[in-house]
Ligand binder design. Structure first.
Ligand SMILES: *[C@@H]1O[C@H](CO)[C@@H](O)[C@H](O)[C@H]1NC(C)=O
Ligand SMILES: *[C@@H]1O[C@H](CO)[C@@H](O)[C@H](O)[C@H]1NC(C)=O
Ligand SMILES: *[C@@H]1O[C@H](CO)[C@@H](O)[C@H](O)[C@H]1NC(C)=O
Ligand SMILES: *[C@@H]1O[C@H](CO)[C@@H](O)[C@H](O)[C@H]1NC(C)=O
Length: 272
């Protein structure tokens, strides 16, 4: 038996080499691997993007966590983006993505496909806080009240309702209100950990404001997206009267002009 082994091993080695050669001939040159890999994540919805568009091959994304098992997403996709939200559920974990370039021929796992590795991504530290939605606001006497809602994440509670960013960030999350007198540029700000702001203001002036989520403990991406800007209108009746007066005056002037020059030609519609 001892003497028979070497020839058998030789034969096996020759066969393996032959198979490899055949496969190389079949597969041709190495496939391109992904470049410019980026994570984009808002309120824990996370999309991985990369380049280039594949011509005659596919991509498969593998998400590697520190403690969780490797998970595959977007298997054999011809796209250059992949929604990986549902495999990043352990939001404090740090993940890397491997983007495998594969042809359907390699499906038998005969050989490790070429792949590119993304930068690390930790959802809890890196997802961007989305715009808070302002529910209502009032300016009464010298108090400006602003009530807003937490943005929701794609993650759900066991009962099926969506978790808000506050459900995940808890006490790490604050909101900042930026406010200023309408027509002026001097901005002030206030912080809250609740869902509303109560600010002392000048009761005779209109104010404009917006709200932004912040995570003070972060080193990067500390401030989130800004809500829409809204303005109060304590002086609205005065302004309305002014506008109506102006409109009346203008129309009187225009009518007079029209009567003075009734036969004026239309101007050609150039460069519209
Ligand atoms: C990667 O990004 C760089 C810079 O934005 C760009 O010049 C290059 O064309 C990109 N690569 C591919 C394969 O698209
Ligand atoms: C918001 O609206 C509710 C009901 O419409 C009202 O009771 C509440 O006082 C309002 N809050 C503010 C700050 O305007
Ligand atoms: C679902 O569960 C969460 C957390 O336990 C709770 O805050 C929320 O009100 C529940 N939603 C519904 C619709 O029961
Ligand atoms: C996430 O942020 C916290 C607070 O800044 C920091 O202590 C922690 O090391 C960060 N984690 C990673 C993986 O960067």
């Amino acid at each position: 038996a001892f003497q028979l082994a070497p020839p058998r091993m030789l034969r096996a080695a020759a066969a393996a080499a032959g198979r490899t050669l055949l496969l190389c001939a079949l597969l041709g040159p190495e496939l391109p691997t992904a470049v410019n890999i980026t994570w984009s994540s808002i309120n824990f919805k996370t999309i991985l993007r990369w380049q280039p568009k594949p011509s005659d091959y596919f991509y498969t994304v593998e998400i590697h966590g520190q403690t969780s098992d490797t998970q595959k997403k977007c298997i054999l996709t011809a796209e250059t983006e992949c929604d990986v939200t549902d495999v990043l559920r352990n939001v404090r974990e740090t993940y890397t993505a491997h983007i495998l370039s594969v042809t359907s021929l390699r499906m038998d796992n005969f050989e490790e496909p070429p792949f590119a590795v993304s930068e690390k991504f930790t959802p809890y530290n890196q997802t961007i806080l989305g715009k808070p939605e302002i529910q209502n606001y009032t300016q009464k006497d010298s108090e400006l009240n602003v009530v807003f809602k937490d943005p929701l994440t794609p993650y759900t509670f066991p009962n099926g309702s969506f978790q808000s960013i506050r459900d995940i960030f808890k006490h790490d999350l604050q909101y900042k209100l930026y406010y200023w007198k309408d027509q002026s540029s001097g901005k002030k700000d206030a912080i809250t950990k609740s869902h509303k702001f109560e600010i002392n203001v000048d009761s005779t002036k209109n104010y404009c404001f917006y709200v932004q989520g912040i995570i003070p403990s972060r080193r990067e991406n500390r401030g989130g997206q800004e809500s829409v800007v809204l303005c109060t209108s304590v002086g609205r009746t005065v302004i309305a009267i002014a506008i109506i007066t102006l409109a009346v005056v203008l129309s009187v002037i225009l009518c007079k002009r029209k009567k003075a020059k009734p036969a004026r030609e239309k101007e050609p519609l150039n460069g519209v």
